[in-house]
Design a protein around this ligand. Structure first.
Ligand SMILES: [Zn+2]
Length: 342
């Protein structure tokens, strides 16, 4: 087994992946055709071409266009199953799938039906690939307080396997502070807390997510590199940082993969993980993320395995499941290392 094969074979955890951002272009095309909507997309290639971005704002614009095509709750079963099939091709064993219900509620889709449909996809994927999945609800930064509280009401009525809340979307226009009350309520409901922060905005956004929203993990966290005091705080409090290198390259958050701070953060002892964010919209998957940081940022196989183990440590799952995952990951890793050496 060569090094690249070993990296693909490593067991993995995916903590930051958006369900809709995993939609396969062929699935999107079939949904568009089924609805008979008038669109410029006639082929899969037309859709793939649309998945190119000039900056982060442009990416959000394309994302919201896709939201507009989802016309029935049942679409989510297919989208979720496809996402998890792709995850399992990367030997990903545990997934926290982000879902943004508000985007679809405004198009008259029903919360409980959508979660039900996602869970059908999750159940089928568990049977087919043995992959475990929990759901993380993105409260969507552009939502009003009433809209956010309504989503929390839905979660309270349909808790299922929802393990956390998050805020994603336009970080520059919508800072974390107005979500303080909603996050406090989510915490009281027993949910874990995470926020996209320091992706398109500076370090203050990360400070606010930690100090005002009291998050346990940060999504992206790229701009923490501008602030040594923040780096020290993240390290001291063992706050997980879900990094998404290729996403950051595609949306122009970093100049190039070589410019990505994951190497620096790892070397400083921060609790970083690697994730794929919106894999189909960014033409990536978790194997590609591992391979790119191996090739361009010098992550060795043992270091990449440590990133997988960091994923287990910061996952929103019970200690018993963490222990089981650690045991099976370690024995697979030992096998892989023996095969590389021979
Ligand atoms: Zn994200």
């Amino acid at each position: 087994m060569n090094t690249l094969e070993a990296i693909r074979a490593l067991p993995k955890v995916e903590l930051h992946v958006h369900t809709l951002g995993s939609i396969q272009p062929s699935t999107l095309l079939s949904i568009i055709k089924e609805d008979g909507k008038d669109t410029p997309y006639k082929t899969v290639e037309d859709i793939v071409k649309r998945f190119q971005y000039t900056d982060f704002t442009h990416f959000i614009e394309v994302y919201m266009e896709i939201v507009g095509y989802i016309s029935d709750e049942s679409h989510f079963e297919h989208i979720t199953f496809d996402m998890l099939e792709k995850c399992s091709e990367c030997n990903t064993r545990y997934v926290e799938a982000s879902f943004s219900p508000r985007d679809h509620i405004q198009h008259n889709l029903d919360f409980a039906k959508m979660i039900d449909s996602i869970n059908k996809g999750i159940d089928r994927a568990r049977e087919s690939f043995g992959i475990e999945t929990n759901i993380r609800i993105d409260l969507v930064r552009s939502s009003t307080q009433d809209e956010t509280m309504e989503v929390l009401d839905h979660i309270a009525k349909n808790p299922y396997n929802i393990v956390s809340v998050d805020i994603g979307g336009n970080e520059t226009r919508f800072p974390p502070a107005p979500f303080a009350e909603a996050f406090e309520r989510a915490r009281e409901m027993g949910l874990h807390l995470v926020a996209h922060a320091g992706e398109a905005a500076g370090p203050q956004s990360i400070w606010d997510a930690i100090e005002i929203l009291k998050v346990e993990r940060i999504g992206h966290g790229v701009s923490a590199r501008e602030d040594p005091r923040l780096i020290a705080l993240l390290k001291e409090n063992r706050i997980g940082i879900e990094m998404n290198p290729i996403s950051n390259v595609r949306t122009g958050v970093v100049k190039s993969i070589q410019d990505h701070p994951i190497r620096e953060f790892y070397d400083k002892g921060l609790l970083v993980t690697v994730n794929s964010d919106d894999p189909s919209l960014f033409h990536t998957d978790l194997n590609n993320e591992y391979l790119q940081i191996h090739e361009h940022l010098g992550f060795s196989v043992p270091e990449l395995f440590q990133l997988s183990m960091n994923g287990i440590e910061t996952a929103f799952i019970a200690e018993g499941m963490k222990k089981e995952l650690r045991t099976s990951f370690s024995s697979e890793y030992d096998q892989i290392m023996k095969q590389i050496d021979s």
